[in-house]
Ligand binder design. Structure first.
Ligand SMILES: Nc1ncnc2c1ncn2[C@@H]1O[C@H](COP(=O)(O)OP(=O)(O)O)[C@@H](O)[C@H]1O
Ligand SMILES: [Mg+2]
Length: 354
């Protein structure tokens, strides 16, 4: 039988472009080549699409962008193409049929339903959540509002539009102080990898935090600072998903900020997390519930805070979680006996299940 052809999308117009390059390097290197043909499509920070045929090692550090193998290419929305339209080296237009796409894109313009919409129009199966779940999970305010209606326990929170802060700043800040108290977290509603997030200890740092977050989004989320352990678990599947054991993040910085995630390299992942059985079960059951309620599919990493008294609060779902071979999502399944390569194959098969 012919091997299915998978396109891995990497890069993207997102503040998490660099993170995608690292995740995609691992994904591309580990898709079993005896069972899948792989083509690579890079999207630059400016949004140019290119078919890349160079060495996968060139992804990290952005060397791929100037690779002589690059050709203009894009996924056609036309469902009859069912794949890529590319400029061939001799200047002709060619099409490359695809069986499945793995969007290894984090954050805006990739994890948020945009690329999922294109792939839906193109009728090409793809790994991960569809348009609605992707869009919902990208927006922290919408996720939180929905989870409140489903009575999923969360930290106290509020959402405010930047324009409201401009018109009515002092009153809004006083309301936030009264409702949430210090310290509190300020986040852009739509971002990831801790980009634009700060912890404010008083009014002065709150104003700075607002300024930082407002450079990323017109809508902000404010949350009480939770004093808890950061526990994550991984959900995999479509109609009958499975949930991994719990893992714990022990950040090397004050919180799990961008540096702690990607640069410092000293953050510790503890798998399985050492938790009382009832707490880890609550995390896993809540993860499964949220996956279903939000209409997730394929994969999602669910992040929580576990408090001293056994309370479990949802922090956020991540529909395209970090996917390097040392990232939490694949590590959690590895602990359950599913290797990184097997996990990739399972995800591709789940996508093609229809
Ligand atoms: N309410 C909170 N209380 C305590 N720590 C928080 C809170 N919100 C976020 N954090 C810290 O900030 C990190 C990033 O926040 P998160 O909401 O997960 O954003 P991102 O989508 O960028 O990962 C978390 O992993 C955690 O370390
Ligand atoms: Mg997070």
């Amino acid at each position: 039988m012919k091997k299915p052809r998978v396109a891995v999308l990497f890069g993207g117009m997102s503040s998490e472009h660099a993170v995608s390059l690292v995740s995609a390097t691992s994904v591309i290197a580990n898709i079993p080549r005896d069972r899948f043909d792989v083509v690579m499509i890079g999207i630059t920070r400016d949004g140019e699409w290119r078919l890349f045929e160079g060495d996968v090692e060139k992804l990290a550090g952005s060397g791929w962008e100037s690779d002589p193998s690059n050709r203009p290419a894009f996924i056609a929305p036309d469902s009859r193409v069912h794949g890529i339209v590319a400029l061939s080296p001799d200047g002709r237009i060619e099409t490359i049929r695809l069986d499945v796409v793995f969007p290894v894109l984090h954050g805006l313009n990739g994890e948020d339903g945009t690329v999922q919409g294109l792939l839906t129009l193109a009728r090409i199966p793809f790994v991960g959540c569809g348009v609605t779940a992707s869009a919902v999970c990208m927006d922290k305010a919408i996720t939180k509002a929905l989870c409140d209606t489903y009575q999923i326990p969360q930290a106290k929170w509020e959402t405010v539009r930047v324009s409201d802060l401009k018109d009515n700043g002092k009153a809004v800040v006083e309301r936030l102080e009264a409702h949430l108290g210090y310290p509190l977290f300020v986040k852009p509603a739509n971002a990831g990898s801790s980009v634009g997030i700060s912890k404010a200890a008083d009014r002065e740092t709150l104003y700075k935090a607002i300024e930082t977050a407002a450079t990323h989004d017109r809508k902000l989320v404010f949350e009480e600072a939770v004093n808890g352990r950061e526990i994550e678990c991984a959900v995999l599947g479509n109609e009958e998903p499975v949930v991994s054991c719990c893992g714990e993040i022990k950040p090397c910085n004050e919180f799990y900020d961008y540096n702690a995630k990607y640069l410092a390299g000293r953050t510790e992942l503890v798998i399985p997390a050492s938790l009382p059985k009832d707490v880890s079960e609550r995390v896993r059951q809540t993860a499964m519930r949220v996956f279903r309620l939000l209409g997730c599919r394929g994969l999602t990493r669910m992040d929580f805070f576990a408090l001293e008294d056994g309370t479990v609060l949802l922090n956020e779902p991540n529909t395209i979680p970090g996917f390097t071979s040392i990232s939490m999502y694949p590590k959690l399944f590895e602990a359950g006996g599913i290797s990184y390569g097997e996990l990739l194959e399972t995800l591709l098969r789940l996508a093609m299940e229809g």
